[in-house]
Design a protein around this ligand. Sequence first.
Ligand SMILES: O=C(O)c1ccccc1NCC(=O)[C@H](O)[C@H](O)COP(=O)(O)O
Length: 205
Amino acid sequence: MSCRVKICGITNLSDALHASECGADALGFVFYQKSPRYISPEDANKIVAKLPPFITPVALFVDADEALVESVLAGSARWTLQFHGNESPEQCQRWLRPYFKAIRMKPGLDILEEASRYTDASAVLLDAYKAGVPGGTGETFDWHLIPDELPKPLILAGGLTAANVEQAVNAVTPYAVDVSGGVEQHKGIKDPLKVMQFITGAKRG
Ligand SMILES: O=C(O)c1ccccc1NCC(=O)[C@H](O)[C@H](O)COP(=O)(O)O
Protein backbone atom coordinates (compact mmCIF):
# COMPACT_ATOMS: atom_id res chain seq x y z
CA MET A 1 0.00 0.00 0.00
CA SER A 2 1.43 3.36 -0.93
CA CYS A 3 1.84 6.09 1.64
CA ARG A 4 -1.15 8.40 2.11
CA VAL A 5 -0.73 12.15 1.70
CA LYS A 6 -2.28 15.06 3.56
CA ILE A 7 -1.79 18.51 2.06
CA CYS A 8 -2.24 21.01 4.87
CA GLY A 9 -2.95 24.73 4.90
CA ILE A 10 -5.55 24.81 2.12
CA THR A 11 -7.10 28.28 1.76
CA ASN A 12 -8.86 28.16 -1.63
CA LEU A 13 -10.89 25.87 -3.89
CA SER A 14 -8.39 25.79 -6.72
CA ASP A 15 -5.61 24.42 -4.48
CA ALA A 16 -8.02 21.92 -2.94
CA LEU A 17 -9.18 20.53 -6.29
CA HIS A 18 -5.68 20.43 -7.74
CA ALA A 19 -4.30 18.49 -4.74
CA SER A 20 -7.25 16.09 -4.99
CA GLU A 21 -6.63 15.51 -8.69
CA CYS A 22 -2.95 14.84 -7.96
CA GLY A 23 -3.90 12.05 -5.54
CA ALA A 24 -3.99 13.67 -2.10
CA ASP A 25 -5.91 11.59 0.42
CA ALA A 26 -6.62 14.37 2.91
CA LEU A 27 -6.67 18.16 2.92
CA GLY A 28 -5.98 20.22 6.02
CA PHE A 29 -7.69 23.52 6.90
CA VAL A 30 -6.08 25.65 9.60
CA PHE A 31 -8.52 27.22 12.09
CA TYR A 32 -5.81 29.00 14.06
CA GLN A 33 -6.25 32.71 13.64
CA LYS A 34 -2.59 33.61 14.07
CA SER A 35 -1.60 31.41 11.14
CA PRO A 36 -1.05 32.95 7.69
CA ARG A 37 -2.97 29.88 6.46
CA TYR A 38 -6.05 30.61 8.55
CA ILE A 39 -9.37 30.08 6.82
CA SER A 40 -12.77 30.92 8.25
CA PRO A 41 -15.21 28.09 9.04
CA GLU A 42 -17.62 29.48 6.45
CA ASP A 43 -15.07 29.57 3.62
CA ALA A 44 -13.65 26.15 4.52
CA ASN A 45 -17.08 24.55 4.53
CA LYS A 46 -17.82 26.02 1.08
CA ILE A 47 -14.69 24.26 -0.22
CA VAL A 48 -15.50 21.00 1.58
CA ALA A 49 -18.93 20.94 -0.09
CA LYS A 50 -17.16 20.81 -3.48
CA LEU A 51 -14.56 18.14 -2.69
CA PRO A 52 -14.71 14.84 -4.54
CA PRO A 53 -15.80 11.78 -2.56
CA PHE A 54 -13.04 9.87 -0.73
CA ILE A 55 -11.06 13.02 0.05
CA THR A 56 -10.89 13.56 3.82
CA PRO A 57 -11.12 17.17 4.99
CA VAL A 58 -9.18 17.71 8.21
CA ALA A 59 -9.98 20.62 10.55
CA LEU A 60 -6.89 21.74 12.42
CA PHE A 61 -7.22 23.47 15.78
CA VAL A 62 -4.73 24.85 18.30
CA ASP A 63 -6.31 25.01 21.77
CA ALA A 64 -9.47 26.37 20.16
CA ASP A 65 -12.63 27.60 21.87
CA GLU A 66 -15.47 25.10 21.72
CA ALA A 67 -17.56 27.63 19.78
CA LEU A 68 -15.02 27.61 16.96
CA VAL A 69 -14.99 23.82 16.73
CA GLU A 70 -18.79 23.81 16.77
CA SER A 71 -19.00 26.34 13.95
CA VAL A 72 -16.71 24.23 11.77
CA LEU A 73 -18.48 20.94 12.49
CA ALA A 74 -21.90 22.47 11.87
CA GLY A 75 -21.00 22.95 8.20
CA SER A 76 -20.22 19.37 7.22
CA ALA A 77 -20.39 15.78 8.48
CA ARG A 78 -17.19 14.97 6.62
CA TRP A 79 -14.67 16.53 8.99
CA THR A 80 -11.89 14.66 10.71
CA LEU A 81 -10.27 16.73 13.47
CA GLN A 82 -6.61 17.46 14.13
CA PHE A 83 -5.54 18.90 17.47
CA HIS A 84 -2.20 20.68 17.24
CA GLY A 85 -2.03 22.30 20.68
CA ASN A 86 -2.08 21.12 24.28
CA GLU A 87 -5.55 19.56 24.14
CA SER A 88 -6.19 16.75 26.62
CA PRO A 89 -7.48 13.35 25.46
CA GLU A 90 -10.90 14.31 26.86
CA GLN A 91 -10.99 17.55 24.85
CA CYS A 92 -10.10 15.65 21.69
CA GLN A 93 -12.67 12.92 22.24
CA ARG A 94 -15.64 15.02 23.19
CA TRP A 95 -16.63 15.77 19.58
CA LEU A 96 -17.22 12.09 18.78
CA ARG A 97 -15.42 12.51 15.46
CA PRO A 98 -12.28 10.77 14.22
CA TYR A 99 -9.25 12.78 15.26
CA PHE A 100 -5.46 12.99 14.92
CA LYS A 101 -3.34 14.27 17.79
CA ALA A 102 -0.26 16.22 16.78
CA ILE A 103 2.77 15.78 18.98
CA ARG A 104 5.70 18.14 18.56
CA MET A 105 9.11 16.59 19.06
CA LYS A 106 10.11 18.68 22.04
CA PRO A 107 13.47 17.60 23.50
CA GLY A 108 12.93 15.47 26.61
CA LEU A 109 9.32 14.58 25.78
CA ASP A 110 8.55 10.85 26.06
CA ILE A 111 6.85 10.41 22.68
CA LEU A 112 5.60 6.91 23.38
CA GLU A 113 4.02 7.95 26.66
CA GLU A 114 2.47 11.06 25.11
CA ALA A 115 1.04 9.11 22.15
CA SER A 116 -0.35 6.44 24.48
CA ARG A 117 -2.52 9.02 26.30
CA TYR A 118 -4.73 9.49 23.21
CA THR A 119 -6.37 6.08 23.19
CA ASP A 120 -9.20 7.13 20.84
CA ALA A 121 -7.05 8.90 18.26
CA SER A 122 -7.10 7.49 14.73
CA ALA A 123 -3.46 8.49 14.28
CA VAL A 124 -0.69 10.53 15.82
CA LEU A 125 1.03 13.21 13.80
CA LEU A 126 4.66 13.87 14.68
CA ASP A 127 5.86 17.37 13.83
CA ALA A 128 9.00 19.44 14.42
CA TYR A 129 9.23 21.43 17.65
CA LYS A 130 10.02 25.13 17.51
CA ALA A 131 9.43 27.22 20.62
CA GLY A 132 6.52 29.61 20.19
CA VAL A 133 5.41 28.20 16.81
CA PRO A 134 2.67 25.58 17.10
CA GLY A 135 3.06 24.18 13.58
CA GLY A 136 3.84 24.80 9.94
CA THR A 137 7.47 25.47 10.86
CA GLY A 138 8.98 24.15 7.64
CA GLU A 139 11.59 22.37 9.75
CA THR A 140 12.43 18.67 9.85
CA PHE A 141 13.29 16.71 13.00
CA ASP A 142 15.52 13.72 13.57
CA TRP A 143 13.46 10.78 12.32
CA HIS A 144 15.63 8.40 14.40
CA LEU A 145 13.81 9.77 17.48
CA ILE A 146 10.53 8.18 16.38
CA PRO A 147 9.77 5.21 18.65
CA ASP A 148 9.46 1.83 16.88
CA GLU A 149 6.29 0.79 18.66
CA LEU A 150 3.94 3.74 18.36
CA PRO A 151 0.43 2.73 19.48
CA LYS A 152 -1.26 4.49 16.55
CA PRO A 153 -0.69 4.92 12.82
CA LEU A 154 1.95 7.58 12.23
CA ILE A 155 1.50 10.73 10.16
CA LEU A 156 4.95 12.20 9.54
CA ALA A 157 5.16 16.01 9.25
CA GLY A 158 7.71 18.77 9.52
CA GLY A 159 9.81 20.24 6.74
CA LEU A 160 8.85 17.70 4.09
CA THR A 161 9.29 18.67 0.44
CA ALA A 162 9.28 16.97 -2.94
CA ALA A 163 13.05 16.63 -2.52
CA ASN A 164 12.99 14.66 0.75
CA VAL A 165 9.61 12.96 0.94
CA GLU A 166 10.62 9.76 -0.85
CA GLN A 167 13.61 9.39 1.47
CA ALA A 168 11.34 10.05 4.47
CA VAL A 169 8.81 7.43 3.41
CA ASN A 170 11.54 4.84 2.87
CA ALA A 171 13.26 5.63 6.18
CA VAL A 172 10.20 5.90 8.43
CA THR A 173 7.45 3.95 6.59
CA PRO A 174 4.71 6.17 8.04
CA TYR A 175 1.02 5.58 7.44
CA ALA A 176 0.87 9.05 5.89
CA VAL A 177 2.90 12.19 5.31
CA ASP A 178 1.74 15.74 5.90
CA VAL A 179 3.08 18.89 4.28
CA SER A 180 2.29 22.56 4.29
CA GLY A 181 5.14 25.02 3.63
CA GLY A 182 7.11 22.66 1.39
CA VAL A 183 4.48 22.80 -1.35
CA GLU A 184 3.71 26.53 -1.22
CA GLN A 185 4.42 29.41 -3.61
CA HIS A 186 4.05 31.69 -0.64
CA LYS A 187 2.29 31.31 2.69
CA GLY A 188 -1.27 30.10 2.17
CA ILE A 189 -0.98 29.55 -1.57
CA LYS A 190 0.08 26.19 -2.94
CA ASP A 191 2.46 25.67 -5.86
CA PRO A 192 0.76 23.26 -8.29
CA LEU A 193 4.01 21.69 -9.51
CA LYS A 194 5.39 21.18 -5.99
CA VAL A 195 2.10 19.60 -4.91
CA MET A 196 2.16 17.20 -7.84
CA GLN A 197 5.84 16.31 -7.32
CA PHE A 198 5.34 15.85 -3.57
CA ILE A 199 2.44 13.44 -3.97
CA THR A 200 4.23 11.50 -6.70
CA GLY A 201 7.34 11.19 -4.51
CA ALA A 202 5.39 10.13 -1.42
CA LYS A 203 3.51 7.44 -3.28
CA ARG A 204 6.65 6.16 -5.02
CA GLY A 205 8.51 5.80 -1.68
O1 LIG B 1 0.33 25.59 9.01
C1 LIG B 1 0.20 26.37 9.96
O2 LIG B 1 0.29 27.60 9.84
C2 LIG B 1 -0.05 25.83 11.32
C3 LIG B 1 -0.25 26.73 12.37
C4 LIG B 1 -0.48 26.25 13.64
C5 LIG B 1 -0.51 24.91 13.88
C6 LIG B 1 -0.31 24.01 12.85
C7 LIG B 1 -0.07 24.47 11.57
N1 LIG B 1 0.18 23.58 10.54
C8 LIG B 1 0.19 22.21 10.86
C9 LIG B 1 0.39 21.21 9.82
O3 LIG B 1 -0.33 20.26 9.73
C10 LIG B 1 1.57 21.25 8.97
O4 LIG B 1 1.32 20.51 7.85
C11 LIG B 1 2.72 20.63 9.72
O5 LIG B 1 2.99 21.41 10.87
C12 LIG B 1 3.95 20.61 8.83
O6 LIG B 1 4.22 21.90 8.35
P1 LIG B 1 5.44 22.14 7.35
O7 LIG B 1 6.70 21.92 8.13
O8 LIG B 1 5.29 23.56 6.88
O9 LIG B 1 5.26 21.18 6.22
